[in-house]
Design a protein around this ligand. Structure first.
Ligand SMILES: [Zn+2]
Length: 333
């Protein structure tokens, strides 16, 4: 009886009870090898708590992290012909597409959504690396154009978060054509005088890095992300030289002036909110003060102009108050 109550019964109970715990309770960090409990990993947005290694995250998780209160509206993406070249390698492209669609629950490798970030309107296009390596085919190109048009329509900033191996080879020349098309999409936003921000994540390579991904008004990268055109091994074999340590990593690119900053994942919402507020605020920083009369001697100007310095200082607290009003909301997130 002991055997039944101690072994069989718990087994049956475990089978009957539906546990909400996923199969992979622990995940090994690729960088330091530490085993991390899945809840801890979720809470840290998939950043290793031991070595701060930034693991890849899904598009929806990324959108939830970025937008205010994790709320956003996805937009329907344009329909595109599937498998226009009837491409086949070891398997049919249409089969690979279907498999990726059922695995990720997405139509293609990109998600476009709009909402607010730091109280400012934002359109975000986020790549999903889990979908065929985030590769850029016609669907991704169309989605980027749709995102740019939406940003122009809503007069909001456009944020693109690439995580991609490059162009999708199964769509041949059509995928390469998405490079100039995505650049034109970015131009739409820039011509409208709206901010275009790129958040480079691991990895941003190939045709993606050679088009819209490197054109951000502000280029931000996550720590340790691989960013480059050709892979390091290919370059090494071609030039027959050993590449420096950290080659093609975010920090290396920052050091060499290719990007503006490297930012920890948890700090991204706050930082992007600040940037959007700085770039989106078109009102003058302080009240416009009339210049002193032309006949007044120039040397007296600062002394005679006593109220002038007061105006900006009087103005400053209001903006500080505004900031103070906004920051608790951010902290609450
Ligand atoms: Zn680690």
């Amino acid at each position: 009886m002991n055997w039944i109550s101690n072994f069989v019964r718990p087994k049956i109970r475990a089978l009957v009870q539906k546990t909400e715990v996923p199969d992979n309770l622990w995940q090994k960090c690729d960088a330091c090898g530490a085993m991390i409990f899945h809840r801890e990993l979720e809470a840290s947005h998939r950043v290793c708590p031991h070595c701060s290694h930034h693991m890849r995250i899904g598009a929806l998780e990324r959108l939830k992290l970025l937008f205010d209160d994790g709320e956003f509206n996805r937009i329907e993406l344009p329909e595109v012909p599937a498998d226009p070249l009837k491409f086949r390698d070891r398997r049919r492209y249409s089969e690979r597409l279907k498999e990726a669609q059922s695995k990720t629950g997405e139509k293609d490798a990109i998600v476009v959504a709009h909402g607010t970030l730091g109280g400012k309107p934002l359109v975000a296009a986020v790549f999903n690396f889990a979908f065929m390596g985030g590769s850029m085919g016609v669907a991704v190109g169309e989605a980027l154009i749709a995102a740019a048009r939406l940003a122009v329509l809503q007069e909001s900033a456009l944020l693109v978060v690439p995580s991609s191996g490059g162009a999708r080879m199964q769509e041949g020349i059509l995928s390469l054509m998405q490079m100039p098309r995505s650049v034109i999409a970015v131009e739409l936003v820039k011509e409208a005088g709206l901010p275009y921000i790129v958040l480079l994540t691991d990895p941003t390579t190939g045709g993606v890095s050679a088009s819209f991904a490197m054109l951000g008004d502000i280029a931000i990268a996550e720590p340790g992300a691989v960013i480059g055109f050709a892979g390091a091994r290919v370059i090494e074999e071609t030039i027959r030289e050993t590449l420096p340590e950290g080659f093609q990593r975010s920090e290396y690119l920052l050091e060499h002036g290719m990007i503006d900053m490297v930012v920890q994942r948890r700090e991204l919402p706050g930082l992007l909110g600040r940037i959007l507020n700085l770039l989106g605020d078109k009102s003058p920083a302080a009240e416009v003060v009339p210049l002193p009369a032309a006949d007044a001697p120039a040397t007296d100007a600062p002394a005679a102009d006593v109220p002038a310095p007061d105006v900006p200082t009087g103005q400053a607290p209001t903006s500080k108050q505004e900031r103070a009003e906004q920051s608790p909301e951010k902290a609450a997130e």
